[in-house]
Design a binder for this molecule. Structure first.
Ligand code: G3I
Length: 301
């Protein structure tokens, strides 16, 4: 293939980008997006603060715009994210206990129902594990409603949209470490008890190095019987950027259960990482060496 989307599709994978609706009217942006990517995810528009700004009042304008752009351009959609301790709307930040539990389950049900049939995979729960060596859950008002909040969310999402793959998504889980092992143990437990989980997302916000066991980590999750996906890839600029992008892509291609890769933005200037220049296209829309590295790895894989 001569584009990322064509090369990925030839290998039965997708190649995606995070999109901000505000940029869909910028022609350099949409030209690259439509040419290179066959999957998109809303960078912010499907999050809780965007979709339920007031309790029980749902707003789908941005999310619907993402979905229609995808449908018009032959792209699948990743849904991001039904529940996350960040970007909770203000009304939910102040809640706790059974009231919050009901509100969050209602949120999952309403949003997954609205988008039913249009989402390839949902990040049902995002970033619920603690950083550092504990391997345990992150403290949040969601977690304080009871340790079973994650499985309750997955069951509600399955009931609302049985056709969507349901993912757990996190960062700093990109090698074998205490945090990724905590997630691994949860997924293994869910699979053994029949909690509906289909995929694990590895955000892969990377610096100037990549864990040597990146691929082995993907493999151990795949061996649990879930799909794995690279969901928010970006890499700090520097001598290794192209190599690291290539290594991530080769690692995914080496694992049949790795369904695809999403980069967290289109051009460097679209990225939350600012001067890290962490993406595949420069601010003028030119392909960077990292682009060629990814394309070659897709074609070789
Ligand atoms: O929409 C408001 C706008 O009205 C206001 O004027 C402006 C002033 O600050 O803020 C705008 O909201 C910003 C929003 O992005 C949309 O641009 C928020 O301040 C800003 O915090 C928010 O940042 C997003 C961040 O998640 C929030 O935590 C980034 O765009 C987004 O790239 C980032 O994405 C996350 C993933 O969802 C989860 N994994 C990590 C990743 C990077 O942090």
């Amino acid at each position: 293939g001569t584009t990322l989307r064509a090369a990925a599709a030839e290998k039965g994978r997708y190649f995606g980008a995070a999109v901000a609706t505000g940029k869909l009217s910028t022609s350099t942006y949409t030209t690259i997006l439509n040419r290179e990517f066959n999957s998109i995810v809303a960078e912010n528009e499907m999050k809780w603060d965007a979709t339920e700004p007031q309790q029980g009042r749902f707003s789908y304008t941005g999310g619907d715009r993402i979905v229609s752009h995808a449908q018009a351009n032959g792209m699948s959609v990743r849904g991001h994210a039904l529940l996350w301790h960040q970007q909770e709307p203000g009304w939910a930040q102040g809640m706790s206990g059974s009231a919050l539990r009901s509100a969050m389950i209602n949120h999952v049900t309403q949003v997954a129902t609205h988008f039913r049939g249009k989402i390839y995979a949902w990040d049902v729960v995002n970033e619920a594990f603690a950083d550092g060596g504990s391997g345990g859950r992150r403290d949040s008002n969601l977690q304080r409603t009871g340790n079973d909040w994650i499985e309750a969310a997955f069951r509600a999402a399955r009931a609302a949209d049985p056709g969507a793959k349901l993912c757990y998504n996190d960062y700093n889980t990109d090698g074998v470490n205490a945090k990724s092992t905590g997630v691994y143990n949860m997924v293994r437990d869910f699979k053994s008890r029949g909690v509906p989980i289909d995929c694990v997302g590895f955000q892969s916000h990377l610096g100037t190095t990549i864990p040597g066991d990146y691929q082995a980590n993907l493999k151990r999750f795949a061996d649990l019987g879930v799909e794995v996906q690279i969901t928010e890839l970006d890499v700090m600029t520097g001598g290794n950027q192209a190599n690291i992008f290539g290594t991530v892509t080769r690692s995914c291609m080496a694992i049949p259960q790795c369904a695809g890769i999403t980069v967290w933005g289109v051009r460097d200037c679209d990225s939350w990482r600012g001067s890290d220049n962490a993406l595949l296209f420069d601010c003028n829309g030119n392909k960077k060496p990292a682009y060629d590295s990814v394309l070659n790895a897709l074609n070789a894989g």
